[in-house]
Design a protein around this ligand. Sequence first.
Ligand code: TEU
Ligand code: CA
Length: 552
Amino acid sequence: MKAIDKKWWHNAVVYQIYPRSFMDANGDGVGDLAGIISKLDYLQQLGINLIWLSPVYKSPMDDNGYDISDYDDIADEFGTLEEMERLIQEAKTRDIHILMDLVVNHTSDEHPWFIEAKKGTDNPYRDFYIWRKPAPDGGPPNDFRSYFGGSGWAYDDASGEYYLHQFSVRQPDLNWDNPRVHEEVHAMMNRWLDRGIGGFRMDVIDLIGKEVDKQIMANGKNLHLLIRQMNRATFGPRDSITVGETWSATPEDALLYSDPAREELSMVFQFDHIKQTWDEVHGKWRSRPFELSRFKQSIDTWQTALADRGWNSLFWSNHDLPRAVSKFGDDGEYREVSAKMLATALHCLKGTPYIYQGEEIGMTNVRFSTLEEYRDIESLNLYRERVASGVTHDEMMTGIFANGRDNARTPMQWDTSPNAGFTTGTPWLGVNPNYETINVAQALSEPDSILWHYQKLVALRKQYPILVYGDYQMLFADHPEVFAWVRRYEGELLLVINNFFGNHLTLPIPEQMQSWHGDCLISNYAPRDQLAVSLELQPYESFALLIRNGEA
Ligand code: TEU
Ligand code: CA
């Protein structure tokens, strides 16, 4: 392996907080900054070094804060700017840095720029957004569709023009062909960096180079130039960490973003492994069963492509996705062992691991019995649109149960008190009824819990550079139930074996590996310290073995 430039964040683990659902300190049913501050000791104990905070800025909350009306202030329901500054400082004293969510593909329709822009075609802010004349029939300029359903164009009565919105109609797209937009956004980013944050998670950053009239949204021709300019003008000189959300990225794109020589981003989130369980035609609303072979192939491709240059992010879940254990493990009989297996697999790959809040206690998907109990704008809009076009209620609910965004957004389960200890009021979204058995208090009191397994993995990363820098090579590539690999670093060898299924199985071991033995760094059953002619693997068994006598 080529010597890579070491960065302070390479051995870090990121924890994602969805503020609305993490901890409510004042009993209004909505999580807040004071609630987060009250749980910093818990996060410090877990050992994480960075918090990715989903948006807390001023917002009408059409998309739970991904619609920002003031980048320099905090939404009343979350707290104040002073509290945000306190959170940054309090986290820092615990060696934790905050990543702010940078949402600059669009703003809220209540952002002053948009309010100005709507005042007329000659307003100085008009060109902050993307306006087009109607098609000859008076309809939208083209048939571009919004991710949240319906046309991606909204009509503005006053001017007789349409504006572009790739997401909700209340999230007008910013015009990145306008240099004044760059200036404003860069200055805003610098103000946040001056407040002491560690970097940014960049919402749909692959969309900002859009070439609207060609209907090219992702990967537009100026995209990488815009990111390099942003890097130079803001976080580049400050040694920050940045992660771009890029649904469109191929491994080749990821190299462009994350090769340090190009001075763009630290890494990107790519979703290839996530989309493996979506229907190829109908997308996320119709699941396709989990197939380990596709999943392995996907991860292997990314691990290999970014081996020498660039850097991977590692995640199973986030606030838009189903719960990891429900998606890729077993949230019934084998919830604990499968959640631990998934954790081991993720943290033993090469890249930066992200833990989504609640994953560390094995929180699961939720099934509300009525549509009225759901809050997510995407699920609600798409339900309306798809049911109107002939999809049945049951089919759509099945899609929402499997992949709807509220699965990840039910309140964090802290203890067995009412509403899982999340709030003393009425939670904005229902608590998963399984909180009586799945909660932080229970996990803290049980030495063998998923939580302590995560804590151990986070600590191992600090202790063993092989977990951070070791080369990755897949083993048993054709095995339909086992995902295994070796990592190699400075003469050391780490073997990682994961049974991704709930069956007992016999894994024949190739001759040259049969005598391997060493130290078991982590396991979800009795630790193993040696191989043999074959291994009898338990359901979802997984372990990482630092080999003492192997060929590195
Ligand atoms: O997500 C990008 C996005 O495209 C998601 O809407 C995702 O594609 C969808 O859930 C899958 O069908 C980011 C944020 O993570 C998300 O929460 C925001 O709603 C969205 O951008 C708009 O800001
Ligand atoms: Ca609150």
